[in-house]
Ligand binder design. Structure first.
Ligand SMILES: Nc1ncnc2c1ncn2[C@@H]1O[C@H](COP(=O)(O)OP(=O)(O)OP(=O)(O)O)[C@@H](O)[C@H]1O
Ligand SMILES: O=P(O)(O)OC[C@H]1O[C@H](OP(=O)(O)OP(=O)(O)O)[C@H](O)[C@@H]1O
Ligand SMILES: [Mg+2]
Length: 285
């Protein structure tokens, strides 16, 4: 039976649970419940600290898991990223006193506080920059004010935490992270486990695709069909069906969710009517 690790807390937890639920898997009913057996799908779910998941997966204790790419790179494991799940996006950045730093080279020889010592250490080693890493568990933005570091390196999403701390981002984006599906070496080599892991991966991918697209239905006067379908080519090709009124046709096509309202405006402008945009639950393409 496939063993799957899910974040029990933090930013990634609810989004991972929502995605699994949408993919048809059983999820926990109580936040204190750290184990769910999904008999129908033949999967055991273990709710673990997101930072520990790469370690569990890398050791083979569980077969696959959901964690952040930054956590994976910060761990010393043999877990491998299989798929970007497109949630939990963040950037890993350096920050310091406003005006004091301009690029990466400015931190050489200084004290840098972070909760991601391996990730940052590897990044700086590749660039031949040597610093004194100060490993902290969290809330690293306070480290400068409290005098234990000159620079901080941390996850930034909105930048609000840095702004409150009076710090300024500088230098390159160290890493763009998002949630990833990771797998153990055994899940990649053992034929049975690999087949089970692939089913989970394909179902999650179905959810990912469903979130990137919408289903578009509209009616269009016959003479404007080509113009309309040029706007909505679908994946293979749009479905075009007759209507009772023979001057009109009905069109159905998948379309990218991003900027869908621009497409709807244009369709309306060229004469399409009864334009419906529907959310998809899952999509195998
Ligand atoms: N606004 C955000 N703040 C923190 N992490 C975020 C944010 N947005 C996305 N992430 C991602 O979520 C993961 C961090 O999750 P979480 O906050 O649970 O970890 P943590 O801060 O190390 O743990 P904890 O807060 O329990 O000590 C990382 O992969 C990170 O890139
Ligand atoms: O750019 P922002 O939107 O402000 O988000 C980034 C902040 O969120 C995280 O902290 P978290 O709340 O996880 O606390 P922690 O530092 O104790 O982990 C991260 O470590 C930053 O401090
Ligand atoms: Mg946190």
């Amino acid at each position: 039976m496939l063993r799957v690790a899910i974040p029990n807390k933090g930013v990634l937890s609810q989004a991972a649970i929502d995605m699994l639920k949408q993919a048809g898997y059983a999820t926990r009913r109580d936040t204190r419940d750290l184990y769910v057996l999904d008999e129908h799908n033949g999967v055991e779910f273990f709710y673990l600290r997101p930072r520990d998941i790469a370690t569990y997966v890398g050791s083979g204790a569980v077969d696959v898991g959901v964690t952040g790419r930054d956590f994976l790179l910060d761990s010393e494991t043999e877990a491998t990223a299989e798929m970007d799940l497109k949630f939990g996006r963040s950037k890993f950045r350096l920050a310091g006193e406003p005006g004091r730093f301009h690029d990466l080279a400015d931190i050489a020889g200084l004290r840098v506080a972070t909760s991601y010592s391996k990730l940052l250490g590897d990044y700086l080693a590749e660039r031949d920059i040597s610093v004194h890493l100060v490993h902290l568990d969290g809330a690293v933005e306070n480290a400068i004010r409290l005098g234990v570091a000159d620079v901080v390196a941390d996850v930034v999403e909105t930048g609000t935490t840095l702004r409150y701390a009076g710090l300024q981002i500088f230098g390159p984006v160290v890493l763009e992270s998002s949630a990833v599906l990771v797998s153990s070496p055994r899940a990649r080599t053992d034929a049975e486990l690999n087949a089970e892991a692939r089913v989970l991966g394909e179902r999650l991918q179905g959810v990912r695709v469903a979130r990137e697209y919408v289903l578009l239905d509209y009616d269009v006067p016959k003479e404007h069909l080509d113009e309309a379908t040029a706007l909505t080519p679908g994946l293979e090709s749009p479905t075009v069906s007759p209507l009772a009124d023979t001057d009109w046709l009905a069109v159905r096509a998948m379309a990218p969710r991003q900027h869908i309202n621009d497409t709807v405006d244009e369709l309306y402008r060229i004469g399409a009517r009864a334009i419906l945009v529907s959310t998809l639950n899952t999509a195998r393409i």
